[in-house]
Design a protein around this ligand. Sequence first.
Ligand SMILES: Cc1cc2nc3c(=O)[nH]c(=O)nc-3n(C[C@H](O)[C@H](O)[C@H](O)COP(=O)(O)O)c2cc1C
Length: 168
Amino acid sequence: MTDSISEAGSTCEAVIAAADFPVFVVTTRAGEETSGCLVGFTAQVSINPLRFLVGLSQRNHTHRVAQRAERLNVHLLGQDQVELAALFGSETGDEIDKFARCAWHPDSTGLPVLSAAAGWFGGKILERHDFGDHTVMLLAPDTGVAPPADVETLRFLMVDHLEPGHDA
Ligand SMILES: Cc1cc2nc3c(=O)[nH]c(=O)nc-3n(C[C@H](O)[C@H](O)[C@H](O)COP(=O)(O)O)c2cc1C
């Protein structure tokens, strides 16, 4: 047993970090405005129907655009793509245009797809829930490109040294 809430919190974070979960780049678009950031707070939460959660920090530029967007795209990166992860995780759309610094193309709905991603899927935002400093968005995935079977996925412990563009 831990003896304080803050100790329990750091124990929880240590357990989650040790699980070395995958990180993704989420992109979105509302009107003419595009945005995207690195995310670790994700989970598939239903098989049939297929449902996926993304947690976006309310301080992020991506959050502001996603609040007005209909869809999100979720990109899987390879272990050799720390630089792309740093662009989306350590820079903010409040200050730079990330999409001027990487290769991308629009999908059939106009959302950015990162051309270098190992794989990606996109989905409609069905629900938004405010859980405190993050808003969780529930997606219904309906498009995308599968990664190669031998992909070596970029995971949290390879990017935990990155300084986020915004505090959580
Ligand atoms: C390892 C790592 C994991 C992150 N996970 C999340 C996350 O789950 N959700 C989120 O909103 N931001 C997360 N961030 C922070 C954003 O990617 C970062 O603040 C980014 O610069 C925000 O860009 P924006 O302001 O253009 O949206 C993470 C950053 C790092 C380095």
